[in-house]
Ligand binder design. Structure first.
Ligand code: UD1
Ligand code: CA
Length: 458
């Protein structure tokens, strides 16, 4: 049977170059903390335990990750990667294998890590290396007759060693039992006065453990984030990966370079997405959905055949089939739109349910409203849902016609088939089937003369 996998995520570093009070691993990539990406990878690998070594920023890291089933270990002072691993060793089981990951290296594919775990389970030391055109700063992989013998840190390396282009990514897997033995004997007699995790390679070789190296399919899988520039670079790489996956599923993206997915976007067949759209949280787009340019959708489901025109913002809502929204619509939390609903430009809808075939096409605010089928709301209509202390509901039954520039002072009900005349301020219920209006009678003053400015004499 396979020995169980335990994953150690090193995340104690300060990240000085981020120039931020937020611990580095909590900076967000695609809307999720860097550490969150690594934790997801750990879960995907089926880790029996995932242990996070944290330090800088104190409890901010455990607090931010509180939802996950993680073990946290404090490394109060950072004395190197070997020292970091040592803090976590008491939490790890002797009969497991340990995979070491880094909280600031977010984009490593699961398939890149699996061979390392397999090597560790076979009693070897699995080491992820990468060959770089510019290896400056990294630990170098020293080989003799093709076999790895040790890693030398850049600061400790001779000119000949600095010419080596194969570098250490830091990611490795090995039997926990071995790790414990070697970590205990690490010394800090090096250029940085640190306990180097990398020194275990030479100790492994001394103990007859085979070092098996693997390389990632893409160099960016092992890139870490040390600055905002690197964070922005990885964000684009990650967004491009997401865009390519959507294209492969058959989604039309007018420009895959101008798409941002910060969460999970699932699309049906023949979905079309114009440029500069942002999708946050869980967004589901049904078959044939079209999203115009510059839309933001956050935690939204959109059913088949709906068209969302440019500059529309939808937040926490359920949008039914064959709707037309936008341009410039704002749909706020708690809204449900049924079938064939039209919401037009400069219309705000909040916490409302709108039934089949109803239309709110121009310049309106509909809040805390239950609206029936085939209702027509005229331009400039406003539900006055807030009395300064409480919110009240407006009920508009089927087939109501609301004239333009109407205010509905909630709580109020408009009965089935009623018509409200333009300009009405409705403060009492309107009966079904009747015309209700509140409007001063129109009158004409005949012979009235408009004032004229007198010319000054001289
Ligand atoms: C390390 C490796 C180097 C490798 C490079 C890849 C060592 C000694 N060197 O170097 O061979 O090429 O990564 O990027 O391992 N950390 C802690 N506690 C500590 C020190 C570090 O949690 O006391 C964490 C950091 O937050 C960071 C990671 O470990 O996520 C790497 O630390 P860093 O100081 O960046 O290591 P490097 O010197 O870059
Ligand atoms: Ca580093």
């Amino acid at each position: 049977m396979n020995s169980k996998l335990e994953i150690l995520i090193l995340a104690a570093g300060k990240g000085t170059r981020m120039r931020s009070d937020l611990p580095k691993v909590l900076h967000k990539l695609a809307g999720k903390p860097l550490l969150g990406h690594v934790v997801d990878t750990a879960h995907a690998l089926g880790a029996a335990q995932t242990c996070v070594v944290y330090g800088f920023g104190g409890e901010a890291v455990p607090q931010a990750m509180a939802d996950d089933k993680l073990t946290f270990v404090l490394q109060a002072e950072q004395h190197g990667t070997g020292h970091a691993v040592k803090q976590a060793l008491p939490k790890l089981a002797d009969d497991s294998v340990t995979l070491v990951l880094y909280g600031d290296v977010p984009l490593t594919h699961v398939s890149t890590l699996e061979p390392l775990v397999t090597a560790a389970r076979a009693g070897k030391l699995g080491l992820l290396t990468v060959t770089l055109a510019h290896p400056d700063g990294y630990g170098r992989i020293v080989r003799e007759n093709g076999s790895v013998t040790r890693i030398v840190e850049h600061k400790d390396a001779s000119p000949a060693e600095r010419a080596i282009q194969e570098v250490n990514t830091g990611i490795l897997a090995v039997a926990t039992r071995h790790l414990r033995q070697w970590i205990d004997t690490l010394k800090n007699d090096n250029a940085q006065g640190e306990y180097y995790l990398t020194d275990i390679i030479a100790l492994g070789v001394r103990d007859g453990v085979t070092v098996e190296t693997h390389q990632p399919a893409f160099e960016w899988e092992v890139l870490g984030v040390n600055s905002k520039a690197q964070l922005a670079e990885l964000e684009r790489i990650h967004q491009n990966e997401i865009a390519q996956a959507l294209l492969n599923e058959g989604v039309t993206l007018y420009d895959p370079a101008r798409l941002d997915v910060r969460g999970a976007l699932t699309c049906g067949r023949d979905v079309v997405i114009d440029v500069n759209c942002v999708f946050e949280g869980r967004v589901e787009l049904g078959d044939g959905v079209q999203v115009g340019a510059n839309c933001v959708l956050r935690n939204v489901t959109v059913a088949a055949g709906t068209r969302i025109d440019a500059f529309t913002l939808i937040d926490d809502a359920r949008i039914g089939e064959a709707n037309r929204l936008g341009p410039f619509s704002r749909i706020r939390p708690g809204t449900t739109l049924a079938r064939d609903v039209h919401v037009g430009n400069f219309v705000e809808i909040k916490n409302s349910q709108i039934d089949d075939g109803s239309k709110v096409n121009h310049l309106s605010y509909v809040g805390d409203t239950t609206m029936g089928k085939r209702v027509n709301i005229g331009a400039g209509t406003i539900t006055c849902n807030y009395d300064g202390a409480y919110k009240h509901r407006t009920i508009i039954e089927d087939e109501v016609f609301v004239g333009s520039d109407t205010q509905l002072i909630a709580p109020v009900t408009v009965g089935k088939g009623a018509t409200l005349g333009a300009g009405t301020t409705l403060s009492k219920d309107a009966p079904a089937g009747e015309l209700t209006l509140s409007r001063a009678k129109q009158l004409t003053v005949s012979g009235w003369v408009r004032p004229v400015k007198q010319k000054k004499e001289n």
